[in-house]
Structures are given as C-alpha cells and as structure tokens.
Design a protein around this ligand. Structure first.
Ligand SMILES: *Cc1c(COP(=O)(O)O)cnc(C)c1O
Length: 223
C-alpha cells in the first residue's frame, strides 16, 4: 500500500472534474493519515466522534475535519469547536442542536443535508419531501450559525453501475432543484455535492459530485 502514490492517482482523476478529495482515515492510525498529509491532503473525514476528536488533537492544526458519519445529538458539542464540515445531517432536531452548540461559542459551521438515495433501507437520510420541509420551515430561518452549503448521499452498495448512476443522478436532480428554489433563507446555498466513495467515485464525479469521500483506495481495506 503506497499512500502517496494512491493519492497522486486519485488527485489526477479529480483534476478533470475540479473535485475535492476527502481522505477517510477511519480505523487507520495517525501515522498513515500523516503520510496523506505529507502528500498534500488537508481534508480528512471520520465517521465516529471519539476517533475524530482524538485525531484532531494529534494532527496539524491546518487540517480541515469532516464528520461524514451519522451524528448523535448528544455528541455535537464535542466537535463544534473545530469541525470544518458536517456531512450527514438528517433531521431538524440535529440542526437545532448544532445551532444551539455553535451559538454558545459563536462559531459558524458548514453543514450538508444527507439525502436517502439508496435502495437499502439501512442507510440514513432524508427523503426529498423531508428535505424541502426542513428548508422551508421557518425555524431554520432563525439560525445564525448554521450554513447549509449542500447535500450528501450514499448510493446502494452494489456492482450494478447503472443502479449507482441512477441514484447519483437523482441526488444531482434534487441538488439542482434546491438551487433553483426561490425564497430560501440566506444561509442555504447549494455549493457542494458530497457523493462518491472508493467503489463509485468515478460515476459520482461524472454525475456532478464536488466532493468524494475516499478511504479504501488510499489507505487499504479495513478489518
Ligand atoms: C467509510 C466511508 C467512506 C469511505 O469508504 P471507502 O469505500 O473506504 O472509500 C465514505 N463515506 C462514508 C459516509 C463512510 O462512512
């Protein structure tokens, strides 16, 4: 496993699309993440709050940390002081908790809303209807510290590329629909579309992804 080579390879593919790489280091030790850092990566993703805060403490301070996993409300307070982007928000309750914790420290935080696009039922995420209900709800209009800058989604885990493409296309359609929606609050601005992992990031980029979250292709498989 040559982390530096893997990153160069992916960055080359990303250039064509102007995509942003988020290196997903979950379960991997800090020295492996540091190799990615030395290769120029500054955006790192984790899916567990404990691991995220531990790595934050050990890594250089110019790293931008992305929380890509499901976030429990009672853990929001541990990450708001330093998190760069929260990817997987799928309820108004969670948004409100983020607003509450960020207002305490007066720090604005960028957020993505997670949309359920996969066939599998186990995956988290909002339906299109739920998304628009949140965006139009007056409650969100009062928030000062939350900035919703886009959407995130995960395709079905399958070898069927047509299926995966269809799901990414659907997410892009929803993204564009929100983008063209009049009368949204100022702090909702569709700029980022976080979709694509090791197995499907090429399709995701072709379908309009702006951020890919890649672990295995950089760091090798996880136990
Ligand atoms: C683990 C994880 C990834 C990266 O998965 P790989 O297949 O290893 O690239 C991306 N997104 C989320 C939400 C994850 O939990």
């Amino acid at each position: 496993m040559n982390i530096t080579e893997n990153i160069k390879f992916i960055q080359n593919q990303l250039k064509e699309y102007n995509g942003q790489l988020i290196a997903v280091g979950k379960t991997k030790p800090v020295d492996m993440l540091m190799e990615a850092y030395q290769a120029g990566v500054r955006d790192f993703g984790e899916n567990k709050v404990q691991e995220l805060t531990e790595k934050y403490e050990q890594m250089p301070k110019d790293v931008r940390w992305h929380m890509i996993g499901h976030l429990q409300r009672n853990k929001v307070k541990y990450i708001v002081p330093f998190i760069y982007l929260i990817h997987a928000i799928d309820s108004l309750k969670l948004l409100k908790e983020i607003e509450k914790q960020t207002s305490k420290i007066e720090r604005q935080i960028n957020c993505l809303l997670q949309i359920h696009i996969a066939e599998e039922e186990s995956k988290f995420g909002l339906s299109e209807e739920e998304l628009f209900a949140i965006l139009r709800s007056g409650e969100l209009g009062n928030s000062q510290y939350i900035k919703i800058i886009g959407l995130m989604g995960m395709a079905t885990f399958t070898d069927n590329q047509a299926q995966v493409r269809k799901e990414f296309k659907n997410l892009k359609r929803i993204f564009d629909k929100v983008k063209s929606e009049p009368n949204l609050p100022d702090h909702v601005q569709m700029q980022e579309l976080s979709m694509g992992m090791s197995g499907d990031y090429n399709i995701a980029l072709q379908e309009g992804s702006t951020m890919v979250r890649i672990g295995t292709t950089i760091f090798g498989s996880r136990k």
